[in-house]
Design a protein around this ligand. Sequence first.
Ligand code: NAP
Ligand code: HSE
Length: 434
Amino acid sequence: MTKKDLTIGMLGFGTVGSGVATMIRDNEKELTQRLGVTVKIGKIVVRDLDKDRGTDFDGDKLCTSVSEVINDPSIDVIVEVMGGIEEAREAIEQALSAGKPVITANKDLMALHGHSLLRLAHDNSCDLYYEASVAGGIPIIRTLEDGLASDRISGIMGIVNGTTNYILTKMKEENWSYEEALSKAQALGFAESDPTSDVEGLDAARKMAILASLAFSMEVELEDVAVNGMTAITTEDLQLAEQFGYSVKMLGFAERDQDGIDVSVEPVFLTSSHPLASVRNEYNAVYIYGDAVGETMFYGPGAGSMPTATSVVSDILAACRNLLLGVGGMRSHDAMNPRLIKGEAEQHAQFFHRLLVRDEIGVFSELTSIYSRHHASLGSIIQRPGEKAGEAEVILITHSLSRKNHQSIISDLQSSGSVKEIISQYRVEGGVRA
Ligand code: NAP
Ligand code: HSE
């Protein structure tokens, strides 16, 4: 391709899209120097032409037709930052089929249809880059694809949702209510348009499916990720965790051994000395364990306009560079390993249980018999007085056991006459791998 200025067609001009436009304008000199040609925005698709968008951009670029932008011969590269699934998927398929490289920040779409879209991109000799879809401003996809390409990854553990980490930080450190913290996260542009996907863990599950697919070279599907949300976490849980030397964090896990892989997202009691425990506010961090490299950790802002735009614009540079060199779509995305997801009997973790029990003779022996019946050995047991006479609170931390056995313990506790309530239960983590 002869060198000429390259023109971007943007689909979406919200939190991320406006950040991308700002960065392309403000960093024009640096981008031109790095690429050798200038990148400019040609057209921008929005839903509502009448929305007040301030005065800081050229309103003539706005339109409402996705096809008009994709089919415009002056547009070289498409940037999809409108979100949603079906319309975004159609738009990306249309762009790739027309031979135009695509950059997307859309984890909802990549988690569901990423494998087929990447194949389509390859078949059309086009790039499909999606760095911003996981962990906002942290270049984690590039790290897995390039930086750690030489190694065998055995595990990933990370805070990959900025909204939930922001909420947990504000609830713990500033005593904000859950509702207050969520509405501030929405106002700051961290949350999804429907924040249910943040707080119920689905957004993090999508990101973990994307990371696990890359790390294990396997077509991991969204349905393979076990998900538990954060809506049941109370301020009392946060305080209790602190008393026991833990911090409550929403963590994503992707682990691999000879039996297969195990991917999950859940609220976790994380040892306070663990580096992930000090990740605050909307920041994300991803721990990657490689057989050769050992432990690595990547940290940065996980959401928000400019951090996310940094990833999108870096992808634009990569796609433009490949376009200029005529090497678009050369990366193979074929999975090397068959999809092998562990069952509950093969997934292991430690657990924290807080129980409200009858304060009577024999209760302890019934409890311990439930745990031992399901092969759970106990690391700690603490009893403290309950709020009412005749009741006690028992806190137990297990050693590692299978999720199947854990489920059986929970169901036996629920049907036990000694246990009045399972007040809370959490996975426990914190052992940094040697
Ligand atoms: P947003 O603020 O809601 O902006 C969406 C933009 O897309 C708006 O400009 C909207 O038009 C336009 N749009 C939506 N549906 C459209 C349609 N059917 N046709 C035409 N235009 C349409 O969303 P966002 O926060 O920027 O997120 C965009 C994408 O980036 C999502 O996939 C999100 O998951 C991902 N992402 C977001 C963040 C973050 O921190 N926000 C971080 C990483 C990834 P109007 O302006 O007219 O409404
Ligand atoms: N809602 C997402 C988050 C945006 O809070 O992490 C970044 O993907």
